[in-house]
Design a protein around this ligand. Structure first.
Ligand SMILES: NC(=O)c1ccc[n+]([C@@H]2O[C@H](COP(=O)([O-])OP(=O)(O)OC[C@H]3O[C@@H](n4cnc5c(N)ncnc54)[C@H](OP(=O)(O)O)[C@@H]3O)[C@@H](O)[C@H]2O)c1
Length: 241
């Protein structure tokens, strides 16, 4: 099954790397006019060089509300928005965390996602919003309670928003461990190799995921007009173990 998004305008926030970049590619390949958003001008340039000509970029930090509003206004209306912004998280046993660590985790993802969603909705009367969340919300992983809270709060909002915002459709895709540049920045090559091996051994799919795995699930949320209120686990079975 393929979808035609010809003539539709899609934004991918966090679209210059990893999962977001793969989402931008499938949406552009399906015919949408795509705007990718990321902070680094260099990453933006590299990303656009790999995307079809119907993708353009806006280099900005979504924390900068005037810049976000100005960029959204430059391109007119929006039909689809995919939010794939990453931020660090407080990781570790709950007893070692303090309130600030939990706040920082929510500041890094939950709040930026709300800010962008609200700004997008001011320019959207139909279409779809897809949040990229994370398997930590459903898999009970010791040391990841902060990440569970941030992504779990997003999951909890999908149903009520799907009803409230209709005909705008609201969905989330919840990835497991995905091989993206995020991990290249987080650990050296040897640590990454060991982590990937142990992550692959843990899940029924017996491998780590690719950005394209997630982009396929996102395309379903964007392209299938009957999809709303769904949280899709695309995690190789991570939330089961
Ligand atoms: N990779 C995984 O294993 C995994 C697992 C579960 C969930 N996820 C979720 O998937 C999403 C994407 O992760 P990823 O691994 O693809 O990360 P990534 O490769 O680091 O990509 C993150 C993207 O977000 C952009 N970004 C980050 N902060 C931004 C900001 N304040 N304003 C504008 N753009 C911003 C980055 O560009 P700039 O840095 O240039 O701004 C980049 O384009 C995240 O929400 C993450 O929590 C990932």
């Amino acid at each position: 099954m393929s979808y035609s998004l010809s003539g539709q305008r899609a934004w991918v926030f966090g679209g210059t790397s990893g999962i977001g970049l793969a989402c931008a590619r499938v949406l552009a390949d399906a015919g949408a006019r795509v705007v990718v958003v990321g902070r680094s001008a260099e990453r933006m340039q590299q990303a656009l060089a790999t995307l079809p000509a119907n993708a353009v970029g806006e280099a900005l930090d979504v924390a900068d509300v005037p810049a976000l509003e100005a960029a959204l206004s430059r391109h007119g209306g929006i039909d689809h928005a995919v939010l794939s912004i990453s931020a660090g998280s407080a990781i570790g046993p709950y007893r070692t965390l303090d309130e600030d660590a939990l706040r920082r985790t929510l500041e890094g993802k939950f709040w930026p996602v709300q800010r962008v969603t609200m700004a997008v909705l001011r320019r959207m009367s139909a279409g779809s919003i897809t949040w990229i969340t994370g398997a930590a919300a459903r898999a009970a992983i010791p040391g990841m309670s902060a990440l569970a809270a941030s992504n779990g709060a997003l999951h909890a909002m999908v149903g009520p928003l799907a009803r409230e915002l209709a005909p705008v459709r609201m969905n989330a895709v919840s990835p497991g461990f995905i091989d993206t540049p995020y991990w290249e920045r987080a650990m050296d090559a040897e640590a990454r190799r060991r982590t990937y091996e142990s992550m692959a051994a843990m899940v029924p799919a017996q491998r780590v995921g690719t950005p394209e795995d997630i982009a396929g699930a996102v395309l379903l949320c964007v392209g299938n007009g009957f999809m709303t209120g769904a949280v899709i686990d695309c995690d190789g079975g991570r939330s089961l173990v």
